[in-house]
Every structure is written in structure tokens, then in C-alpha cells.
Design a protein around this ligand. Structure first.
Ligand SMILES: NC(=O)c1ccc[n+]([C@@H]2O[C@H](COP(=O)([O-])OP(=O)(O)OC[C@H]3O[C@@H](n4cnc5c(N)ncnc54)[C@H](OP(=O)(O)O)[C@@H]3O)[C@@H](O)[C@H]2O)c1
Length: 297
């Protein structure tokens, strides 16, 4: 039975990066649809639910992507409502690569930092620059769920507050705090982890700010387009040491991200009831990181 992946994207063009990774990870056939919305997704989902028999449903899966996170979430909710009983297929949600990238980022940080407070001590304080983008939102969500106190930074305090509120509604236990990039000096000296998730080619942390961050032991820059998001980090850095600081660049994180992405595609076709969102992808990433599992090339 051929492995068919239904690639749904809220953007006009379904993402070619996601298509290539799907083929490399073992999908035999890709059915690609752009401009997907909650209004037009149901017939696409019925098409994969009712064509193959129950025992073959695991050979069909769905990948859902696109830049607009609220739109992707609305479609995911519609897909979930369309399934019934065991008449369903596995689903992998990765808007703009945000879930797999955020999972890889958290895994890299966790190699060096404990997020939760131990025996009443202070929890890890993390600063996320560019926190309002798809990747920054997911990094903030995963860090908050892991027990870190997360400072979400934006050029606009209102925008940072809005995203904090949205996340807090879904994850009330998470410690999330908005901040504005022009007030960074208030938090920069007290955070243990800094993640730069700003747009491509945008410097988010200057050298002077890097030096002011005297409590920070791990820095992660997700931007691969020069100039660096965090001045001094190279895209290839993978746990490079700069005195007491540990540095990761975009390609260092990208390597972990690709392992998670390929492992997730492989798992989609093992059963018909997987639902892989940010938290599930983090769990897959932890397993892949521990076992150093090499997905099929
Ligand atoms: N390493 C990997 O494997 C990997 C995978 C996927 C993505 N990425 C990278 O991860 C980063 C984040 O991706 P994304 O899609 O979330 O990014 P994005 O939506 O383009 O930008 C994220 C945030 O950066 C801020 N920003 C944008 N332009 C800015 C500017 N000129 N000055 C200051 N702040 C600016 C904005 O926040 P405010 O407007 O609220 O300030 C924006 O919401 C990108 O660099 C992307 O290339 C890396």
C-alpha cells in the first residue's frame, strides 16, 4: 500500500520545503493543496477518511502547515471535528516549521539547563526575542509548559501582551511575561537563556546586550540569514563555548529540527490516530535526541 501524505497549507502555495522533507522521510505520494481554510477542508478530509479500508487508514496521513498560526489552528480544530470514532488518519501540524523548530530549540537548551525550579529554587528565566512570530510563539509555549518563566519580547509591548494572553488562556499554569525590546535592560541581566526568533537577517541582540546578559548561560539564534540575530553567533554553532556561555546557531538547531521532522513523518504511517502538535513533537525530539535515531534517508 503506497504511503500518501495529504499536504494542506493555509498559504497560497503549499510549502516546497515541507514537500521535499516528506518525500525524503518516506512518503510515496504527496497530494498538495494551498489556500486551505476551515470552510473548504472538510471535503479534503472526507476524501482521505473514506477511500481506503479501516486496516489501510494508517497508510494515509495529513501534514498541516502555513504561516498564519490562528488559521492553522482553526483548520486543525475542523479536522479533529470531522474525524469520528476510528475513522481518522494521523495528523502532523507544523505551521511555518514552528513546531519542529521550537521543539529542536527546547531540546538544545535542555541539554544544558533545567527549566523547572528544583527544591524551591528559582525556575529558569528565558527571554524570547521575536516572540510574536510563529517560531517565537511556539518556543514560548513549549518553554512555559516545561516550567520556565518566559519573557516574550516584541517591538510592541501591546503585541507581546496579546500573545501572552492568548497563550495563558490555553496554558494557565505557564509563567509568561510580556516585554518590549526597548526595555530589554530590565530583564537582560536576570535571564538564564536567550532565544532569538526574529525575522531573517534582523539583528535582535547587539554585542553590548550579549555582554550585559551576565546570568545567561545558553544563547540560541534561529536566524540563518546574515547578519546574525545574536551578534557573535555563527549559523553552524552547535554548543560552541564562549567562556561560560554555550552558543547554538540556526543550522545547529536546524539539524535537530530535521531529525524531528523526518521521525514524525515516519511515525505518521505507523498508525492512523496520531495527532502531532508542538508538545508531541517535543516528545518525539527527546526520544530521537536520546537514541540518536537516524530516520530513513
Ligand atoms: N533554524 C531553523 O531550523 C529554522 C526553521 C524555521 C525558521 N527559522 C528562522 O526562525 C526565525 C523566526 O521565524 P518566524 O517565521 O517566526 O519569523 P517572522 O515571523 O518573520 O518574525 C518573527 C518576529 O520578529 C520580529 N521582527 C520582524 N522583523 C523585525 C525587524 N526588522 N526588527 C525587529 N524585529 C523584527 C517580529 O516581531 P514584532 O513585530 O512583534 O517585534 C516578528 O513577529 C526566522 O529567522 C526564520 O528564518 C529557523
Amino acid at each position: 500500500m503506497k504511503k500518501i501524505l495529504l499536504q494542506l497549507d493555509v498559504d497560497q502555495q503549499p510549502c516546497s520545503f515541507d514537500a521535499v522533507v516528506a518525500i525524503d522521510a518516506g512518503a510515496d505520494i504527496l497530494l498538495r493543496h494551498g489556500n486551505v481554510s476551515p470552510d473548504n477542508v472538510v471535503s479534503l478530509i472526507h476524501g482521505v477518511m473514506f477511500t481506503r479500508g479501516a486496516s489501510d487508514l494508517a497508510s494515509t496521513s495529513i501534514f498541516l502547515g502555513g504561516k498564519n498560526i490562528p488559521q492553522v489552528e482553526a483548520i486543525a480544530s475542523q479536522i479533529s471535528k470531522t474525524f469520528f470514532k476510528s475513522v481518522r488518519v494521523s495528523v502532523f501540524i507544523d505551521p511555518a516549521g514552528a513546531n519542529t523548530t521550537a521543539a529542536a530549540t527546547v531540546i538544545a537548551a535542555k541539554r544544558h539547563i533545567s527549566f523547572k525550579s528544583s527544591s524551591g529554587g528559582k525556575a529558569c528565566h528565558a527571554l524570547v526575542l521575536g516572540s510574536t512570530g510563529p517560531v517565537g510563539q511556539r518556543v514560548s509555549r513549549l518553554l512555559g509548559n516545561q516550567g520556565a518563566h518566559v519573557h516574550l519580547a516584541s517591538r510592541s509591548f501591546e503585541r507581546a501582551s496579546q500573545y501572552c494572553n492568548l497563550l495563558s488562556e490555553k496554558f494557565p499554569h505557564a509563567h509568561l511575561e510580556p516585554t518590549s525590546v526597548d526595555k530589554l535592560e530590565k530583564v537582560i541581566g536576570s535571564v538564564n537563556l536567550i532565544i532569538s526568533a526574529g525575522g531573517p537577517g534582523v539583528e535582535m541582540l547587539t554585542k553590548a546586550q550579549y555582554l550585559q546578559a551576565t546570568s545567561t548561560s545558553v544563547y540560541i539564534d534561529l536566524n540563518a540569514v546574515p547578519p546574525a540575530g545574536i551578534t557573535g553567533i555563527h549559523a553552524n554553532d552547535t554548543a560552541r563555548r564562549d567562556s561560560t556561555k554555550i552558543l547554538y546557531g540556526a543550522l545547529g538547531i536546524g539539524e535537530i529540527k530535521m531529525k524531528i521532522h523526518k521521525a514524525a513523518i515516519k511515525r505518521l504511517f505507523q498508525t492512523n490516530d496520531l495527532w502531532l502538535d508542538a508538545e508531541e513533537l517535543l516528545r518525539i525530539g527527546e526520544e530521537v535526541d536520546v537514541s540518536n535515531e537516524q530516520p530513513n534517508q
